[in-house]
Design a binder for this molecule. Structure first.
Ligand SMILES: Cc1ncc(C[n+]2csc(CCOP(=O)(O)OP(=O)(O)O)c2C)c(N)n1
Length: 532
Protein backbone atom coordinates (compact mmCIF):
# COMPACT_ATOMS: atom_id res chain seq x y z
CA UNK A 1 0.00 0.00 0.00
CA UNK A 2 1.12 3.50 -0.67
CA UNK A 3 -0.28 6.88 0.41
CA UNK A 4 -1.97 9.44 -1.82
CA UNK A 5 1.04 11.71 -1.24
CA UNK A 6 3.56 9.07 -2.32
CA UNK A 7 1.50 8.23 -5.39
CA UNK A 8 1.05 11.91 -6.29
CA UNK A 9 4.76 12.70 -6.04
CA UNK A 10 5.55 9.62 -8.12
CA UNK A 11 3.11 10.91 -10.72
CA UNK A 12 4.73 14.39 -10.66
CA UNK A 13 8.17 12.77 -10.99
CA UNK A 14 7.00 10.77 -13.99
CA UNK A 15 6.01 14.03 -15.74
CA UNK A 16 9.21 15.91 -14.83
CA UNK A 17 7.18 18.15 -12.49
CA UNK A 18 9.83 18.42 -9.80
CA UNK A 19 9.60 22.21 -9.45
CA UNK A 20 6.46 23.25 -7.58
CA UNK A 21 5.40 26.87 -7.13
CA UNK A 22 3.11 27.98 -4.36
CA UNK A 23 2.15 29.82 -1.26
CA UNK A 24 1.12 27.48 1.53
CA UNK A 25 -1.49 27.57 4.26
CA UNK A 26 -2.55 25.08 6.90
CA UNK A 27 -4.69 23.22 4.34
CA UNK A 28 -1.67 22.64 2.07
CA UNK A 29 0.81 21.53 4.73
CA UNK A 30 -0.17 17.82 4.53
CA UNK A 31 0.81 17.78 0.85
CA UNK A 32 4.17 19.38 1.64
CA UNK A 33 5.00 17.04 4.54
CA UNK A 34 8.23 15.06 4.14
CA UNK A 35 8.91 17.01 0.95
CA UNK A 36 11.12 14.78 -1.23
CA UNK A 37 14.75 15.79 -1.81
CA UNK A 38 14.50 15.58 -5.58
CA UNK A 39 11.76 18.25 -5.67
CA UNK A 40 12.12 21.99 -5.26
CA UNK A 41 9.42 24.25 -3.84
CA UNK A 42 9.54 27.89 -4.95
CA UNK A 43 7.75 30.16 -2.52
CA UNK A 44 5.92 33.27 -3.70
CA UNK A 45 4.70 35.79 -1.17
CA UNK A 46 1.40 36.24 -3.02
CA UNK A 47 -0.51 33.77 -5.17
CA UNK A 48 -0.64 35.88 -8.35
CA UNK A 49 3.15 35.69 -8.33
CA UNK A 50 3.12 31.92 -7.72
CA UNK A 51 0.83 31.34 -10.71
CA UNK A 52 2.75 33.81 -12.92
CA UNK A 53 6.04 32.08 -12.10
CA UNK A 54 4.52 28.69 -12.88
CA UNK A 55 3.20 30.09 -16.17
CA UNK A 56 6.64 31.35 -17.22
CA UNK A 57 8.25 28.10 -16.12
CA UNK A 58 5.72 25.96 -18.00
CA UNK A 59 6.12 27.95 -21.21
CA UNK A 60 9.91 28.09 -21.12
CA UNK A 61 10.40 24.45 -20.08
CA UNK A 62 7.55 22.93 -22.08
CA UNK A 63 6.65 20.95 -18.95
CA UNK A 64 3.28 20.85 -17.26
CA UNK A 65 3.89 22.76 -14.03
CA UNK A 66 2.19 22.60 -10.65
CA UNK A 67 1.20 25.61 -8.63
CA UNK A 68 -0.29 24.94 -5.19
CA UNK A 69 -2.61 27.56 -3.68
CA UNK A 70 -4.30 28.06 -0.34
CA UNK A 71 -7.97 27.05 -0.58
CA UNK A 72 -10.48 29.77 -1.65
CA UNK A 73 -8.55 32.98 -0.84
CA UNK A 74 -5.34 31.69 -2.41
CA UNK A 75 -7.18 30.70 -5.57
CA UNK A 76 -8.92 34.07 -5.52
CA UNK A 77 -5.62 35.91 -5.39
CA UNK A 78 -4.32 33.76 -8.25
CA UNK A 79 -7.32 34.16 -10.54
CA UNK A 80 -6.01 37.00 -12.73
CA UNK A 81 -2.85 35.00 -13.32
CA UNK A 82 -4.85 31.84 -14.09
CA UNK A 83 -6.77 33.89 -16.67
CA UNK A 84 -3.40 34.90 -18.18
CA UNK A 85 -2.17 31.28 -18.21
CA UNK A 86 -5.24 30.24 -20.15
CA UNK A 87 -4.61 32.97 -22.75
CA UNK A 88 -0.95 31.91 -22.91
CA UNK A 89 -1.86 28.25 -23.53
CA UNK A 90 0.29 27.45 -20.55
CA UNK A 91 -0.02 23.88 -19.20
CA UNK A 92 -0.57 24.29 -15.46
CA UNK A 93 -1.74 21.89 -12.80
CA UNK A 94 -3.35 24.25 -10.29
CA UNK A 95 -4.02 22.56 -6.96
CA UNK A 96 -5.57 23.98 -3.81
CA UNK A 97 -6.05 22.60 -0.36
CA UNK A 98 -9.50 22.05 1.09
CA UNK A 99 -10.91 21.50 4.58
CA UNK A 100 -10.83 17.91 5.89
CA UNK A 101 -13.68 15.92 4.38
CA UNK A 102 -15.46 15.60 7.75
CA UNK A 103 -15.82 19.41 7.93
CA UNK A 104 -16.66 20.36 4.35
CA UNK A 105 -20.42 19.83 4.62
CA UNK A 106 -20.61 21.97 7.75
CA UNK A 107 -18.59 24.63 5.96
CA UNK A 108 -15.93 24.88 8.65
CA UNK A 109 -13.48 27.74 8.47
CA UNK A 110 -11.44 27.85 5.21
CA UNK A 111 -13.78 25.49 3.36
CA UNK A 112 -13.54 26.24 -0.36
CA UNK A 113 -17.31 25.93 -0.55
CA UNK A 114 -17.70 25.76 -4.28
CA UNK A 115 -14.16 24.88 -5.21
CA UNK A 116 -15.00 23.56 -8.65
CA UNK A 117 -17.00 26.58 -9.75
CA UNK A 118 -14.65 29.30 -8.53
CA UNK A 119 -11.96 28.78 -11.16
CA UNK A 120 -14.34 27.40 -13.72
CA UNK A 121 -14.17 29.78 -16.70
CA UNK A 122 -10.39 30.04 -16.63
CA UNK A 123 -9.46 26.35 -16.57
CA UNK A 124 -9.97 23.41 -18.89
CA UNK A 125 -11.13 21.14 -16.11
CA UNK A 126 -12.02 21.65 -12.49
CA UNK A 127 -12.49 18.80 -10.03
CA UNK A 128 -12.61 17.69 -6.43
CA UNK A 129 -12.29 13.89 -6.19
CA UNK A 130 -15.24 12.16 -4.48
CA UNK A 131 -12.92 9.86 -2.50
CA UNK A 132 -9.37 10.29 -1.22
CA UNK A 133 -8.30 7.17 -3.12
CA UNK A 134 -9.08 8.92 -6.40
CA UNK A 135 -6.76 11.89 -5.84
CA UNK A 136 -3.87 10.41 -7.90
CA UNK A 137 -6.29 9.59 -10.72
CA UNK A 138 -7.74 13.11 -10.62
CA UNK A 139 -4.26 14.68 -10.66
CA UNK A 140 -3.27 12.47 -13.60
CA UNK A 141 -6.46 13.47 -15.39
CA UNK A 142 -5.76 17.17 -14.80
CA UNK A 143 -2.16 16.82 -16.01
CA UNK A 144 -3.39 15.28 -19.25
CA UNK A 145 -6.09 17.89 -19.68
CA UNK A 146 -3.49 20.64 -19.18
CA UNK A 147 -1.13 19.20 -21.79
CA UNK A 148 -3.58 18.15 -24.50
CA UNK A 149 -4.13 20.85 -27.12
CA UNK A 150 -4.97 23.59 -26.51
CA UNK A 151 -2.72 23.57 -23.50
CA UNK A 152 -3.94 25.43 -20.44
CA UNK A 153 -4.57 25.29 -16.71
CA UNK A 154 -6.54 22.49 -15.02
CA UNK A 155 -7.61 22.56 -11.38
CA UNK A 156 -7.89 19.98 -8.60
CA UNK A 157 -9.10 20.72 -5.06
CA UNK A 158 -7.70 18.26 -2.52
CA UNK A 159 -9.17 17.89 1.00
CA UNK A 160 -6.27 18.12 3.40
CA UNK A 161 -6.80 14.72 5.03
CA UNK A 162 -6.57 12.94 1.66
CA UNK A 163 -2.78 13.06 1.41
CA UNK A 164 -2.22 10.41 4.08
CA UNK A 165 -4.99 8.09 2.87
CA UNK A 166 -3.89 4.78 1.42
CA UNK A 167 -4.35 3.91 -2.24
CA UNK A 168 -4.13 0.56 -3.94
CA UNK A 169 -2.38 -0.27 -7.17
CA UNK A 170 -5.60 0.09 -9.16
CA UNK A 171 -5.89 3.78 -8.28
CA UNK A 172 -2.24 4.76 -8.61
CA UNK A 173 0.05 2.53 -10.69
CA UNK A 174 -1.83 2.74 -13.98
CA UNK A 175 -2.60 6.45 -13.55
CA UNK A 176 1.10 7.12 -13.07
CA UNK A 177 2.35 4.99 -15.94
CA UNK A 178 -0.05 6.06 -18.68
CA UNK A 179 1.11 8.36 -21.42
CA UNK A 180 -1.12 10.23 -23.84
CA UNK A 181 0.15 11.90 -27.00
CA UNK A 182 -1.84 14.29 -29.12
CA UNK A 183 0.36 15.73 -31.88
CA UNK A 184 -2.05 15.19 -34.73
CA UNK A 185 -1.30 16.39 -38.25
CA UNK A 186 -3.92 17.66 -40.68
CA UNK A 187 -5.70 15.46 -43.21
CA UNK A 188 -3.26 15.11 -46.19
CA UNK A 189 -5.99 16.09 -48.68
CA UNK A 190 -6.63 19.33 -46.76
CA UNK A 191 -2.91 20.09 -46.74
CA UNK A 192 -2.69 19.46 -50.50
CA UNK A 193 -5.63 21.78 -51.14
CA UNK A 194 -4.10 24.52 -49.00
CA UNK A 195 -0.70 24.11 -50.68
CA UNK A 196 -2.42 24.57 -54.04
CA UNK A 197 -4.16 27.73 -52.79
CA UNK A 198 -0.84 29.15 -51.59
CA UNK A 199 0.97 28.29 -54.82
CA UNK A 200 -1.78 29.86 -56.92
CA UNK A 201 -2.24 32.99 -54.81
CA UNK A 202 -0.92 36.19 -56.35
CA UNK A 203 -0.23 38.13 -53.22
CA UNK A 204 -0.34 35.83 -50.18
CA UNK A 205 0.92 36.64 -46.70
CA UNK A 206 1.83 34.60 -43.64
CA UNK A 207 0.77 35.73 -40.15
CA UNK A 208 2.96 34.02 -37.55
CA UNK A 209 1.48 33.45 -34.10
CA UNK A 210 2.71 32.41 -30.64
CA UNK A 211 1.91 28.71 -30.94
CA UNK A 212 4.60 28.32 -33.62
CA UNK A 213 7.10 28.90 -30.80
CA UNK A 214 5.25 26.60 -28.40
CA UNK A 215 5.31 23.88 -31.11
CA UNK A 216 9.05 24.46 -31.70
CA UNK A 217 8.19 25.10 -35.34
CA UNK A 218 10.26 28.22 -36.19
CA UNK A 219 12.30 26.33 -38.78
CA UNK A 220 9.14 25.11 -40.49
CA UNK A 221 7.61 28.60 -40.58
CA UNK A 222 10.84 30.00 -42.04
CA UNK A 223 11.04 27.15 -44.57
CA UNK A 224 7.46 27.82 -45.73
CA UNK A 225 7.95 31.59 -45.99
CA UNK A 226 11.26 31.25 -47.84
CA UNK A 227 10.04 28.58 -50.23
CA UNK A 228 7.02 30.64 -51.27
CA UNK A 229 8.59 34.10 -50.71
CA UNK A 230 5.78 34.97 -48.34
CA UNK A 231 5.89 38.32 -46.58
CA UNK A 232 5.42 37.63 -42.88
CA UNK A 233 3.61 39.63 -40.22
CA UNK A 234 3.58 38.81 -36.51
CA UNK A 235 0.11 38.35 -35.02
CA UNK A 236 -1.10 41.45 -33.13
CA UNK A 237 1.06 42.27 -30.11
CA UNK A 238 -1.57 42.05 -27.33
CA UNK A 239 -2.27 38.36 -27.99
CA UNK A 240 1.20 37.54 -29.24
CA UNK A 241 2.64 36.07 -26.08
CA UNK A 242 5.49 34.48 -28.02
CA UNK A 243 7.10 35.02 -31.42
CA UNK A 244 6.65 32.64 -34.33
CA UNK A 245 9.16 34.09 -36.79
CA UNK A 246 12.58 35.80 -36.68
CA UNK A 247 11.93 39.53 -36.65
CA UNK A 248 15.23 40.38 -38.37
CA UNK A 249 14.41 38.14 -41.35
CA UNK A 250 14.22 39.99 -44.71
CA UNK A 251 10.69 38.63 -45.25
CA UNK A 252 9.46 40.05 -41.91
CA UNK A 253 7.11 42.99 -42.41
CA UNK A 254 6.22 43.96 -38.84
CA UNK A 255 3.57 43.39 -36.19
CA UNK A 256 -0.08 43.53 -37.26
CA UNK A 257 -2.15 46.26 -35.59
CA UNK A 258 -4.63 44.78 -33.12
CA UNK A 259 -7.89 46.49 -34.14
CA UNK A 260 -10.31 45.28 -36.82
CA UNK A 261 -10.18 48.23 -39.22
CA UNK A 262 -6.42 48.92 -39.14
CA UNK A 263 -5.61 45.20 -39.39
CA UNK A 264 -7.65 44.77 -42.56
CA UNK A 265 -6.14 48.00 -43.91
CA UNK A 266 -2.60 46.67 -43.33
CA UNK A 267 -3.41 43.53 -45.30
CA UNK A 268 -5.09 45.40 -48.14
CA UNK A 269 -4.38 43.89 -51.56
CA UNK A 270 -3.59 40.40 -50.20
CA UNK A 271 -5.56 37.58 -51.74
CA UNK A 272 -4.61 34.87 -49.23
CA UNK A 273 -3.91 35.39 -45.53
CA UNK A 274 -2.45 32.31 -43.88
CA UNK A 275 -2.58 32.60 -40.08
CA UNK A 276 -0.53 30.05 -38.17
CA UNK A 277 -0.62 29.41 -34.42
CA UNK A 278 -2.76 32.40 -33.46
CA UNK A 279 -6.38 33.20 -32.81
CA UNK A 280 -8.09 35.21 -35.55
CA UNK A 281 -7.40 37.76 -34.15
CA UNK A 282 -6.59 38.96 -30.61
CA UNK A 283 -8.33 42.27 -31.32
CA UNK A 284 -8.13 45.28 -29.00
CA UNK A 285 -9.30 48.10 -28.92
CA UNK A 286 -12.50 48.22 -31.01
CA UNK A 287 -11.89 50.17 -34.17
CA UNK A 288 -14.53 48.92 -36.59
CA UNK A 289 -13.95 48.19 -40.26
CA UNK A 290 -14.12 45.24 -42.62
CA UNK A 291 -12.89 41.96 -41.10
CA UNK A 292 -10.95 41.17 -44.26
CA UNK A 293 -9.66 43.33 -47.06
CA UNK A 294 -11.63 43.12 -50.29
CA UNK A 295 -10.91 39.92 -52.24
CA UNK A 296 -8.93 38.18 -49.48
CA UNK A 297 -9.35 34.60 -48.29
CA UNK A 298 -8.14 33.68 -44.82
CA UNK A 299 -7.05 30.23 -43.63
CA UNK A 300 -5.94 29.62 -40.05
CA UNK A 301 -3.93 26.66 -38.78
CA UNK A 302 -4.42 26.19 -35.04
CA UNK A 303 -4.22 23.36 -32.55
CA UNK A 304 -7.03 24.99 -30.57
CA UNK A 305 -10.55 23.93 -31.64
CA UNK A 306 -11.97 26.91 -29.74
CA UNK A 307 -9.83 29.38 -31.70
CA UNK A 308 -11.06 27.73 -34.90
CA UNK A 309 -14.70 27.83 -33.81
CA UNK A 310 -14.85 31.40 -32.58
CA UNK A 311 -13.01 33.14 -35.43
CA UNK A 312 -15.42 35.58 -37.07
CA UNK A 313 -14.16 34.90 -40.59
CA UNK A 314 -12.03 32.61 -42.73
CA UNK A 315 -11.46 28.85 -42.86
CA UNK A 316 -9.53 26.94 -40.22
CA UNK A 317 -7.60 23.71 -39.96
CA UNK A 318 -7.38 22.23 -36.46
CA UNK A 319 -4.09 20.35 -36.25
CA UNK A 320 -0.61 20.50 -34.77
CA UNK A 321 1.01 23.66 -36.07
CA UNK A 322 4.50 22.22 -36.56
CA UNK A 323 3.38 19.01 -38.30
CA UNK A 324 1.05 20.93 -40.60
CA UNK A 325 3.72 23.45 -41.57
CA UNK A 326 6.11 20.59 -42.34
CA UNK A 327 3.49 18.85 -44.46
CA UNK A 328 2.78 22.10 -46.33
CA UNK A 329 6.45 22.69 -47.08
CA UNK A 330 6.71 19.13 -48.45
CA UNK A 331 3.82 19.85 -50.84
CA UNK A 332 5.14 23.15 -52.19
CA UNK A 333 7.69 23.95 -54.89
CA UNK A 334 9.92 27.04 -54.85
CA UNK A 335 7.74 30.07 -55.56
CA UNK A 336 8.98 32.80 -57.88
CA UNK A 337 7.25 35.82 -56.39
CA UNK A 338 9.13 39.07 -55.96
CA UNK A 339 10.46 39.36 -52.41
CA UNK A 340 9.03 42.22 -50.34
CA UNK A 341 11.19 45.16 -49.33
CA UNK A 342 12.73 44.41 -45.92
CA UNK A 343 11.86 46.68 -43.00
CA UNK A 344 14.21 49.65 -42.59
CA UNK A 345 16.71 49.44 -39.73
CA UNK A 346 15.23 50.64 -36.45
CA UNK A 347 15.83 54.34 -35.82
CA UNK A 348 15.98 55.39 -32.17
CA UNK A 349 15.92 59.17 -32.75
CA UNK A 350 17.87 61.70 -30.68
CA UNK A 351 19.06 61.20 -27.12
CA UNK A 352 16.75 63.19 -24.84
CA UNK A 353 16.64 63.85 -21.10
CA UNK A 354 14.94 61.77 -19.83
CA UNK A 355 15.42 59.10 -22.48
CA UNK A 356 12.55 58.05 -24.72
CA UNK A 357 11.35 54.46 -24.22
CA UNK A 358 12.50 53.87 -27.79
CA UNK A 359 16.05 54.89 -26.85
CA UNK A 360 15.90 52.63 -23.79
CA UNK A 361 14.91 49.68 -25.98
CA UNK A 362 17.57 50.58 -28.53
CA UNK A 363 20.18 50.69 -25.77
CA UNK A 364 19.02 47.34 -24.44
CA UNK A 365 19.27 45.89 -27.96
CA UNK A 366 22.89 47.10 -28.07
CA UNK A 367 23.92 45.17 -24.95
CA UNK A 368 21.56 42.21 -25.30
CA UNK A 369 23.36 38.86 -25.26
CA UNK A 370 23.03 36.41 -28.18
CA UNK A 371 21.18 33.88 -26.07
CA UNK A 372 19.15 36.40 -24.05
CA UNK A 373 15.42 36.13 -23.33
CA UNK A 374 13.07 39.10 -22.98
CA UNK A 375 10.00 39.01 -20.76
CA UNK A 376 7.99 42.13 -21.52
CA UNK A 377 5.32 44.10 -19.68
CA UNK A 378 5.74 47.74 -20.53
CA UNK A 379 2.41 48.48 -22.17
CA UNK A 380 3.07 51.81 -23.89
CA UNK A 381 6.38 50.67 -25.39
CA UNK A 382 5.61 47.09 -26.45
CA UNK A 383 5.81 47.93 -30.15
CA UNK A 384 8.94 49.99 -29.67
CA UNK A 385 10.70 47.06 -28.00
CA UNK A 386 9.66 44.69 -30.77
CA UNK A 387 10.91 47.12 -33.40
CA UNK A 388 14.16 48.09 -31.71
CA UNK A 389 15.13 44.57 -30.66
CA UNK A 390 13.91 42.48 -33.63
CA UNK A 391 14.17 39.30 -31.58
CA UNK A 392 15.22 36.49 -33.85
CA UNK A 393 15.71 33.33 -31.85
CA UNK A 394 12.98 30.94 -30.72
CA UNK A 395 11.98 30.82 -27.07
CA UNK A 396 13.35 34.32 -26.53
CA UNK A 397 10.26 36.44 -25.90
CA UNK A 398 7.40 36.07 -23.43
CA UNK A 399 4.51 38.51 -23.05
CA UNK A 400 1.22 38.09 -21.18
CA UNK A 401 -1.30 37.30 -23.91
CA UNK A 402 -4.19 37.71 -21.46
CA UNK A 403 -3.32 41.33 -20.70
CA UNK A 404 -3.60 40.94 -16.91
CA UNK A 405 -0.73 42.91 -15.42
CA UNK A 406 1.57 41.10 -12.99
CA UNK A 407 2.52 38.44 -15.52
CA UNK A 408 5.83 40.00 -16.51
CA UNK A 409 7.77 40.18 -13.27
CA UNK A 410 6.49 36.81 -12.06
CA UNK A 411 6.86 34.98 -15.38
CA UNK A 412 10.44 36.22 -15.77
CA UNK A 413 11.35 34.31 -12.59
CA UNK A 414 9.77 31.11 -13.91
CA UNK A 415 11.42 31.52 -17.31
CA UNK A 416 14.82 32.01 -15.65
CA UNK A 417 14.35 28.92 -13.46
CA UNK A 418 13.44 26.90 -16.56
CA UNK A 419 16.36 28.32 -18.61
CA UNK A 420 19.13 28.79 -16.04
CA UNK A 421 21.85 29.12 -18.70
CA UNK A 422 20.21 31.95 -20.63
CA UNK A 423 20.19 35.55 -19.35
CA UNK A 424 16.63 36.82 -18.79
CA UNK A 425 15.86 40.53 -19.05
CA UNK A 426 12.44 41.60 -17.81
CA UNK A 427 11.32 44.98 -19.19
CA UNK A 428 8.56 46.52 -17.07
CA UNK A 429 6.55 49.71 -16.85
CA UNK A 430 6.75 51.03 -13.30
CA UNK A 431 2.97 50.59 -13.01
CA UNK A 432 3.07 46.96 -14.19
CA UNK A 433 5.94 46.12 -11.85
CA UNK A 434 3.77 46.81 -8.79
CA UNK A 435 1.26 44.03 -9.52
CA UNK A 436 3.84 41.35 -8.76
CA UNK A 437 6.43 43.39 -6.87
CA UNK A 438 6.82 40.85 -4.06
CA UNK A 439 8.31 38.52 -6.67
CA UNK A 440 11.52 40.48 -6.07
CA UNK A 441 11.76 38.72 -2.72
CA UNK A 442 11.56 35.32 -4.48
CA UNK A 443 14.22 36.46 -6.96
CA UNK A 444 16.57 37.25 -4.10
CA UNK A 445 15.70 34.29 -1.88
CA UNK A 446 16.21 31.73 -4.67
CA UNK A 447 19.05 33.64 -6.37
CA UNK A 448 17.20 33.94 -9.67
CA UNK A 449 19.46 36.26 -11.68
CA UNK A 450 16.86 38.14 -13.74
CA UNK A 451 17.70 41.68 -14.86
CA UNK A 452 14.68 43.94 -14.31
CA UNK A 453 14.62 47.10 -16.39
CA UNK A 454 11.86 49.40 -15.13
CA UNK A 455 10.71 52.31 -17.29
CA UNK A 456 9.53 55.14 -15.09
CA UNK A 457 7.21 57.56 -16.88
CA UNK A 458 5.17 58.50 -13.78
CA UNK A 459 1.89 57.62 -15.50
CA UNK A 460 -0.30 54.88 -16.93
CA UNK A 461 0.71 56.01 -20.41
CA UNK A 462 -1.24 53.46 -22.37
CA UNK A 463 -4.45 54.29 -20.51
CA UNK A 464 -4.04 57.96 -21.45
CA UNK A 465 -3.70 56.81 -25.06
CA UNK A 466 -6.81 54.62 -24.75
CA UNK A 467 -8.65 57.58 -23.20
CA UNK A 468 -7.98 59.51 -26.38
CA UNK A 469 -9.24 56.68 -28.59
CA UNK A 470 -12.33 56.23 -26.41
CA UNK A 471 -12.83 60.00 -26.29
CA UNK A 472 -12.77 59.90 -22.49
CA UNK A 473 -11.95 63.22 -20.88
CA UNK A 474 -11.15 63.93 -17.24
CA UNK A 475 -10.58 60.33 -16.06
CA UNK A 476 -8.83 60.18 -12.66
CA UNK A 477 -6.19 57.65 -11.66
CA UNK A 478 -3.92 57.80 -14.69
CA UNK A 479 -0.91 59.49 -13.06
CA UNK A 480 1.66 57.64 -11.04
CA UNK A 481 4.03 60.14 -9.41
CA UNK A 482 6.99 59.01 -7.33
CA UNK A 483 6.77 55.23 -7.26
CA UNK A 484 10.31 54.54 -6.06
CA UNK A 485 10.74 51.07 -7.56
CA UNK A 486 14.52 50.99 -7.11
CA UNK A 487 14.06 51.76 -3.40
CA UNK A 488 11.35 49.11 -3.04
CA UNK A 489 13.69 46.56 -4.66
CA UNK A 490 16.28 47.29 -1.98
CA UNK A 491 13.64 46.51 0.64
CA UNK A 492 13.32 43.04 -0.83
CA UNK A 493 17.10 42.64 -0.89
CA UNK A 494 17.54 43.10 -4.64
CA UNK A 495 20.43 45.31 -5.79
CA UNK A 496 19.13 48.26 -7.77
CA UNK A 497 20.13 51.50 -9.40
CA UNK A 498 18.44 54.50 -10.92
CA UNK A 499 20.16 55.67 -14.07
CA UNK A 500 19.82 58.43 -16.62
CA UNK A 501 21.39 58.86 -20.04
CA UNK A 502 22.23 56.24 -22.59
CA UNK A 503 25.72 55.46 -21.43
CA UNK A 504 24.77 55.00 -17.80
CA UNK A 505 21.86 52.79 -18.82
CA UNK A 506 24.03 50.62 -21.07
CA UNK A 507 26.62 50.16 -18.31
CA UNK A 508 23.99 49.33 -15.69
CA UNK A 509 22.27 46.83 -17.97
CA UNK A 510 25.56 45.14 -18.91
CA UNK A 511 26.50 44.80 -15.26
CA UNK A 512 23.09 43.46 -14.27
CA UNK A 513 22.93 40.99 -17.16
CA UNK A 514 26.34 39.53 -16.31
CA UNK A 515 25.60 39.39 -12.58
CA UNK A 516 24.69 36.09 -10.96
CA UNK A 517 22.17 37.82 -8.71
CA UNK A 518 18.92 39.57 -9.60
CA UNK A 519 19.32 43.29 -10.23
CA UNK A 520 16.88 46.08 -11.00
CA UNK A 521 17.65 49.09 -13.16
CA UNK A 522 15.14 51.95 -13.01
CA UNK A 523 15.26 54.48 -15.82
CA UNK A 524 13.12 57.63 -16.06
CA UNK A 525 11.58 58.00 -19.52
CA UNK A 526 9.48 60.53 -21.40
CA UNK A 527 5.71 60.13 -21.02
CA UNK A 528 3.39 58.93 -23.79
CA UNK A 529 3.27 56.04 -26.26
CA UNK A 530 6.37 54.71 -28.04
CA UNK A 531 5.28 53.01 -31.22
CA UNK A 532 8.60 52.57 -33.04
C1 LIG B 1 -4.59 43.28 -13.55
C2 LIG B 1 -4.74 44.49 -14.41
N1 LIG B 1 -5.22 45.63 -13.88
C3 LIG B 1 -5.33 46.74 -14.64
C4 LIG B 1 -5.00 46.71 -15.96
C5 LIG B 1 -5.21 47.94 -16.84
N2 LIG B 1 -3.96 48.51 -17.32
C6 LIG B 1 -3.49 48.24 -18.56
S1 LIG B 1 -2.10 49.02 -18.90
C7 LIG B 1 -2.07 49.78 -17.40
C8 LIG B 1 -0.98 50.76 -17.06
C9 LIG B 1 0.35 50.15 -16.92
O1 LIG B 1 1.24 51.14 -16.48
P1 LIG B 1 2.79 51.03 -16.72
O2 LIG B 1 3.27 49.67 -16.45
O3 LIG B 1 3.46 52.12 -15.97
O4 LIG B 1 2.95 51.19 -18.28
P2 LIG B 1 2.75 52.40 -19.30
O5 LIG B 1 1.34 52.35 -19.78
O6 LIG B 1 3.06 53.67 -18.57
O7 LIG B 1 3.71 52.06 -20.37
C10 LIG B 1 -3.16 49.40 -16.64
C11 LIG B 1 -3.42 49.86 -15.26
C12 LIG B 1 -4.54 45.48 -16.48
N3 LIG B 1 -4.21 45.34 -17.76
N4 LIG B 1 -4.38 44.40 -15.67
Amino acid sequence: MTTVREAAFELFREHGMTTIFGNPGSTELPMLAEFPDDFRYVLALQEAVAVGMADGYAQASGLVTQVNLHTAPGVGNGMGAIFNAQANHSPLLVTAGQQVRAQVTMNANLTNRDAIRVVHPFVKWSFEPPRAEEVPLALAHAIRKATLPPRGPAFVSVPMDDWTAEVGEAESKHAIERSVTARAGADPETVKALAKRIAEAKNPVLVAGPDIDASEAWDDAVALAERQKLPVFASPAPGGGRLGFPEDHPLFQGVLPPAIGPLAETLKGRDLILVVGSSVFPYYPYIPGPLLPEGALLVAITSDPDEAARAPMGDAIVADVGLTLKALVAELEEGNRAEPTPLPDPEPGEETDPLTPTMVNHTLAGVFPEDGIVVLESPSSTLSLRNQMRISKPGSYYFGAGGGLGFGLAAALGVQLAQPDRPVVCVLGEGSAQYAISGLWTARAYEIPVTFCVLRNEEYAILKWFAEIEEVKGAPGLDLPKVETAEVAKGYGVASSRVSGREELAEALKKAISSEAPELVEVPVTPGMALF
